[in-house]
Design a protein. Structure first.
Length: 153
């Protein structure tokens, strides 16, 4: 089975962890699309959440990884993009279940919350897990329906 394409991005707080994750991903056989930034200079996290989210939303990437200080800002921003289900995860169980139960397609990490080794383990558990479907598909479809325009206006 071919490895999925991973879009990755960060802000300045997450830049170092993003740079640590990229070689681990490529050495594991994943194709990585680095959406930036290219340095640890101060940037605005919504810009990179949008870039990674769009890569996943339009199908250029199968999954995404976003890193900021806490993971929260990235998750909030990415979840504004149609078709994105971004999960901010702080442990391997959370990342595994976000894929199995919620069909999460973007993993958000907080570089100030999780250490490097734990972050690597979280990424691995996220990438190794697959959506279970069945009763979870019904629930994910309800999430998707929340993206539909509100015709009550």
């Amino acid at each position: 089975m071919e490895h999925p394409i991973i879009a990755i991005g960060s802000d300045h707080a997450g830049w170092q962890l993003k740079e640590l994750l990229k070689p681990m991903l490529t050495q594991s056989g994943y194709h990585v699309i680095d959406c930036g930034p290219n340095s640890k200079d101060s940037v605005d996290y919504p810009d990179y959440a949008q870039l990674v989210g769009q890569e996943v939303s339009i199908g250029h990437a199968d999954l995404g990884i976003l890193v900021c200080g806490t993971g929260t800002g990235m998750a909030i921003a990415a979840n504004k993009i149609r078709g994105i289900r971004a999960a901010n995860c702080t442990n391997t169980t959370q990342s595994k279940l976000s894929r199995e139960h919620n069909d999460a397609n973007i993993l958000c990490l907080g570089s100030r919350i999780v250490g490097d080794e734990l972050a690597i383990d979280i990424v691995k558990s996220f990438l190794q897990a697959t959506f279970l479907g069945d009763r979870h598909a019904r629930r994910v479809n309800k999430i998707k329906s929340l993206e539909e325009p509100d015709d009550r206006a």
